[in-house]
Design a protein around this ligand. Structure first.
Ligand code: ATR
Length: 276
């Protein structure tokens, strides 16, 4: 059924800089249309300088919800009326819900990590090698630690990793210490190495990947990164960035609409958009 937009349609926006590449509007609009619910999502290019005014606009225009992407996930937090404890613990907001004029910040990125992982293995007691120390790494840390996994951060810049490690209470190693990876159960890549246009790069060599690993890639463009291809080649289990994007989006959909997300429909749109 096509999306019917009327004067009663609830408006959601994704805000980011840049934003034109975002797959969120296509994914959410397909889901609204599939369920026949009165929502629509657009995209707003909001610069860091424009964020304060944009949030005033959200209040003034009665926007129902936001999807928040780079570079606003941290800077939006003090502009909101409330931030739920999980988003506070992660230190980032990727979802805003507006209810009776009150703007509440949530984080669903960590669910995008947790749900695909727990479908493969119980996380309790598992050793996780987390590649990278940016925003996505903090969501992954929260996901793993919430289930009792122990995490070691591998990062190019040790100082940056140490700051996060202190906050979350975990170990740190240089990204070059790949010979240590054999002792881990799960490898999660949150670095940007391998992202388009550098699709022939990988954060770790194939020789560091073992058959017993579960390798989780958070990059979704390209759909099958070099890391995913190498992991498949050695027979490791893999989780692609598409799964993460889908799960964070499904949780976001439910927060915005109060309705369970139609995952299969959303996945279809993502696969078509990412050419797989
Ligand atoms: P996000 O918030 O999306 O996670 P980010 O904060 O820019 O993104 O973090 C990017 C991560 O990729 C960082 O861990 C970064 O390592 P540094 O802390 O050393 O900068 C990592 N990264 C980016 N390019 C890299 C490269 N060429 N080699 C190794 N690590 C890289």
């Amino acid at each position: 059924m096509p999306l019917e937009i009327t004067a009663r349609t609830s408006l959601c926006l994704i805000i980011g800089d840049p934003v034109s590449h975002s797959l969120s509007p296509a994914m959410h609009n397909a889901a609204y249309a599939h369920l026949g619910i009165q929502f629509v999502m657009g995209a707003a290019h909001v610069t860091p300088e424009g964020l304060v005014d944009a949030i005033k606009g959200v209040r003034a225009l009665g926007i129902r919800g936001l999807a928040v992407t780079m570079p606003h996930k941290v800077s939006i937090m003090p502009l909101l009326d409330a931030v739920v404890p999980t988003a506070q613990a992660i230190g980032a907001v990727n979802t805003v819900v507006v209810e009776n004029g009150v703007l509440t910040g949530f984080n669903t990125d960590w669910l995008g990590i947790l749900r695909p992982l727990e479908q493969r293995t119980p996380l309790k007691g598992k050793a996780v090698a987390l590649l990278g120390a940016g925003g996505a790494a903090q969501a992954a840390l929260h996901a793993c630690q919430s289930q009792g996994a122990s995490v070691t951060i591998f990062n190019r810049t040790i100082e940056k990793a140490k700051t996060i490690a202190e906050r979350f209470g975990c170990a740190v190693l240089p990204l070059t210490d790949v010979m240590e990876l054999g002792a881990f159960d799960i490898i999660i890549n949150t670095t940007s190495v391998g992202m388009d246009p550098n699709r022939n790069q990988s954060p770790i060599p194939q020789s560091a990947i073992c058959k017993h690993h579960i390798v989780f890639e958070t990059i979704y463009s390209p759909a099958r990164t070099q890391l995913i291809q190498m992991s498949e080649a050695v027979g490791a289990q893999t989780i692609t960035g598409l799964e993460m994007f889908l799960e964070q989006g499904a949780a976001q959909f439910q927060l915005h609409t109060g309705v369970k997300a139609p995952r299969a429909e959303m996945e279809k749109i993502l696969k078509a958009a990412l050419g797989r």
